[in-house]
Design a protein around this ligand. Structure first.
Ligand code: ASP
Ligand code: MG
Length: 467
């Protein structure tokens, strides 16, 4: 089988974990052709972003210190990880040359005193550039053949939209097969750095946070792999957050569209564009844990078995949000009102998580992250209050609760079961939204009612017995 296996940052965060990963790959490679994609070691991308912030604030000593810390961390891991002296020596040489490049870059950015989107991507691509060396040499130490490659090395070509690049799939496909196929034929396991590629001028670009998942699916599509596995520290997609519902279960099978919805809400955060490259080729994806390989995790496929097409598959909650209710008589029948409200929020960089408007058009409710609430409210007050908006009402501490499952489509009575169960808990529903895809019903309650409502809905739809 041709397999793309991606490991998240926590899967390679210690010597013990890296050895575990290397063993998994070593065993898998006996019967399969494998390409591996790795994230940065957990915390490293955050540190690199912090370095850019230090530089912007003129805090160059702190930036240098944190850079040293990152380099030291990788060298220490290398030292403890690799047993064969020859391998250890080569790995340290590789880490030294990458570290020197990082230090030169840092020096350059400090001199400029500003971090452009282009240099930012160059900087944050180093998390993966460093981590892949450790995994590749751990495999060499076990006697497997392996090579560390950056996204650029393996042939991922993107547009020049730094920070949120998109792959140029046709060029990428040609390059990746040219580079990867000979390696696979020689039984060499490429360890590819996720998250970053390069534009047509060879400048490093990144896909946005969590982008290593996306790297993995891009590669899977380009080499026509039979399966792709996303290995992390969670067992799979679940029927609910196990911290809220004790009887929550790992879902055995979900569709791509369901997984896309669940990825937004669940414990396993997946890059939003991850599924795009898989859709046309219908490559199955397994979401599973590095630390519990007996468990097969969740299989994400195009069309799940009829048997598992339950109406509702999971109940998730996004906590700690703020709700803004915007009212005003002059909003009624005035085209462009919603556009003005949303663009006002967009201009201050506030992401809208959920909206609903009553057909009378006299009010629009908007949910934003609690951390964005102040910014959102003051932007609306300054720009629109007294004009198209008459009144703003704000509720802090609300939770969005979402039920996801494609079986809800066309099924009569789901909403009544949902709100019946909420009513029995004596919790008030503040706002409701359902897209016409009927894949998702979402509603808002005060955070104090969140846990009991999630539990009640998990019971109502018997999700503990789902598989
Ligand atoms: N290292 C990157 C991040 O932390 C990409 C990834 O882990 O997927 O966002
Ligand atoms: Mg990650």
């Amino acid at each position: 089988m041709k397999l793309v296996v991606k490991f998240g940052g926590t899967s390679i965060s210690s010597v013990k974990n890296i050895i575990e990963v290397a063993k998994i790959l070593h065993n898998l490679s006996k019967k399969n052709q494998i390409i591996t994609v790795c994230s940065a070691i957990s915390g490293v991308t955050d540190d690199l972003i912090q370095i850019s912030k230090f530089i912007q604030k003129g805090n160059k000593d702190k930036a240098k210190k944190l850079t040293k810390k990152i380099i030291q961390k990788h060298k220490q891991l290398a030292d403890d990880l690799i047993k064969k002296p020859q391998n250890r020596k080569k790995l340290l040489e590789k880490l030294n040359s990458d570290s020197t490049e990082l230090e030169h870059l840092l020096h350059g950015i400090i001199l400029l005193g500003e971090v452009t989107p282009r240099s930012m991507d160059y900087l944050i691509s180093f998390g993966e550039r460093l981590s892949i060396n450790l995994v590749a040499y751990a495999l060499l130490d076990l006697g497997s053949k392996s090579i560390p490659l950056t996204g650029k090395d393996i042939g991922i070509v993107t547009d020049s939209n730094f920070g949120e690049a998109r792959p140029l799939m046709d060029t990428t496909r040609i390059r990746i097969s040219k580079i990867a196929e000979p390696l696979l034929a020689k039984k060499i396991i490429p360890i590819v750095g996720g998250f970053a590629g390069a534009d047509q001028h060879g400048k490093f670009t990144t896909f946005g946070r969590g982008g290593s998942d996306y790297t993995a699916t891009i590669i899977a599509s380009c080499i026509n792999s039979d399966e792709i596995w996303l290995m992390s520290d969670v067992d799979g997609l679940m029927t609910a957050d196990p911290k809220i519902v004790k009887s929550a279960k790992v879902l055995k099978e979900v569709s791509y569209v369901e997984a896309i919805e669940m990825a937004l809400f669940g414990a396993k955060q997946i890059h939003p564009r991850t599924f795009e490259p898989l859709l046309s080729k219908k490559i199955p994806m397994r979401i599973r844990s590095t630390f519990n390989t007996k468990n097969l995790g969740t299989n994400v496929i195009a069309t799940p078995d009829i048997g598992t097409k339950k109406t509702v598959k999971c109940v998730s909650a996004i906590r700690n949000n703020g709700l803004i209710d915007v009212r005003g008589g002059s909003m009624v029948g005035a085209p462009g009102t919603a556009a003005k409200i949303f663009s006002t929020l967009a201009e201050v960089g506030v992401n809208i998580m959920m909206i609903s408007q009553s057909p009378s058009e006299s009010s629009i409710s908007i949910v934003v992250k609690k951390t964005d609430l102040d910014k959102a409210v003051s932007a609306l007050e300054m720009n629109l209050l007294g004009k198209i908006i008459k009144k703003l009402e704000v509720t802090t501490d609300v939770s969005i609760i979402a039920l996801i499952g494609s079986g809800m489509r066309g099924t009569i009575g789901v909403a009544s079961r949902v709100f019946g169960a909420v009513e029995k808990k004596g919790v008030n529903v503040v706002m409701i939204a359902q897209g016409s895809s009927e894949l998702n019903i979402a509603f808002v309650v005060k955070d104090s009612g969140c846990k009991s409502v999630v539990q009640a809905l998990h019971d109502e739809f018997e999700l503990a017995k789902i598989n």
